[in-house]
Design a protein. Structure first.
Length: 423
């Protein structure tokens, strides 16, 4: 969401942004509604002024004049009543269209239509070379009795999974390692609920366009969220923070849920595109400053890189193009880890800077050192998402005897184990 005044004054720029981001928004229609609202607002103001003038005359009017003034007041009131439903209708229409207005992307962001136009900016780590026939992650899990898919699907539906034995410990270890790192970096650790009200999902920008990805519990009018970002982003809704309290760094851990609607059978094998998962999310609120925001964006990306490096995972960083970054993003990078069985990199982390796009939706502001109230900037990035990261972890660290190598940094969280599984 952007300032309506900015849209009025920068129409051609915003039409280009809408085109580059491939957003289904008719800006002319939005501005037409806005224009009608402005005219009706003026008309209402004039009528209110007339009514006030008329009301003030009644007490001092003569008995002969008073009936006419009272009748005039009623007519003005009726005109106001006639206009108000149209105003309410237009305000709601404008509100819904404003939710679709995209953030202006950085001039550094590559132009493109979809993920095929994303630009690789960095590679790290050597790809594994196996002197044996490597297994994919599902084969590894089944061989070691580390997961169950068929029985749990009968009970819980498709794209469900159940981790077993050492895989449960590994999942917990990955999150513990990430949380310790974030705590050391000054993040406040947050155990975030999985449930969120509709307003919070609008606040992050997951709604209105992403409704088909969210599970809804109608009897409680509550949604299951796909990331702790939803809750963290709304913690300071309608607040005016003090600049000296910024930045605020949150590390949110939560079970997450996504319907994966629209994937049409893609990537349904094993632990990819499951409906329920666990995630530790990095989230930052900082002051409204381009350089400050860019600094924290780089910090979030570096932290995720450190986690991948400590897990000895080969990865690459891609900068997302305008058509793939989503409506609210100013700039966005993905970290993709190498999956040997597919001979390709798969996204494990998504690092986004949104400037004031989210804070305008939640009305989260701060008072700067000069006393001016401004909207904050928000940023986010994955720290660890499981089971997704288990796919490259298992495949890259498999050994000839069937065991899984445990990187040194992870061993303290696994009671010192150097390998997982049985030979």
């Amino acid at each position: 969401m952007l300032d309506i005044k900015f849209l009025r004054e920068n129409t051609e720029l915003m039409k280009k942004v809408i085109e580059n981001k491939r957003i289904g928004l008719d800006l002319d229609e939005l501005l037409k509604i806005d224009s009608e609202l402005l005219e009706l607002g003026k008309e209402l103001q004039e009528l209110q002024t007339q009514r006030n003038v008329t009301s003030k005359k009644i007490p001092t009017a003569s008995p002969d004049e008073r009936p006419a003034l009272i009748e005039a007041g009623k007519e003005i009131g009726n005109k106001i009543k006639d206009i108000q439903p149209r105003v309410s209708e237009l305000e709601e229409s404008l509100k819904q269209l404003m939710y679709l207005v995209p953030q202006i992307p950085s001039s550094k962001a590559p132009l493109g239509k979809d993920d095929s136009d994303n630009v690789e900016v960095k590679k790290h780590g050597d790809l594994p070379k196996f002197d044996f026939e490597p297994l994919d992650h599902v084969q590894i899990l089944e061989k070691q009795n580390w997961a169950e898919f068929e029985k749990v699907a009968k009970v819980c539906g498709s794209r469900s999974y159940s981790l077993r034995n050492e895989m449960v410990l590994l999942e917990m270890a990955l999150h513990r390692m990430a949380l310790d790192k974030l705590l050391d970096k000054g993040f406040t650790l947050v155990s975030a609920p999985s449930m969120a009200r509709e307003q919070a999902l609008f606040g992050t920008g997951h709604f209105p366009t992403g409704r088909d990805q969210a599970y809804y519990v109608p009897e409680h009018d509550i949604y299951l969220s796909g990331t702790a970002e939803v809750q963290l982003n709304s913690f300071h809704m309608d607040e005016i923070l003090d600049e000296k309290d910024l930045p605020i760094l949150y590390a949110g851990y939560s079970p997450c849920f996504r319907s994966e609607a629209g994937s049409y059978g893609r990537d349904v094998r094993g632990l990819i595109r499951v409906h329920q998962f666990n995630k530790t999310e990095q989230y930052i609120i900082c002051k409204n400053d381009e350089a400050e925001s860019e600094k924290w964006h780089q910090m979030l990306l570096t932290t995720a890189e450190e986690i991948c490096q400590e897990l000895n995972l080969p990865y690459r960083i891609v900068e997302c193009c305008t058509g793939d970054m989503g409506a609210g993003k100013h700039r966005m990078f993905d970290i993709e880890c190498w999956v040997p069985s597919e001979s390709k990199y798969r996204e494990t982390h998504s690092c986004s800077a949104l400037h004031d796009w989210q804070s305008r939706r939640t009305n989260t502001r701060y008072r700067d050192s000069e006393g001016k109230v401004q909207f904050v900037h928000t940023l986010n990035n994955t720290a660890v998402a499981t089971p997704r990261i288990l796919v490259p972890f298992l495949e890259n660290h498999q050994q000839k005897d069937g065991t899984i190598f445990v990187p040194e940094k992870l061993r303290p969280y696994l009671s010192g184990r150097t390998v997982l599984g049985k030979a």
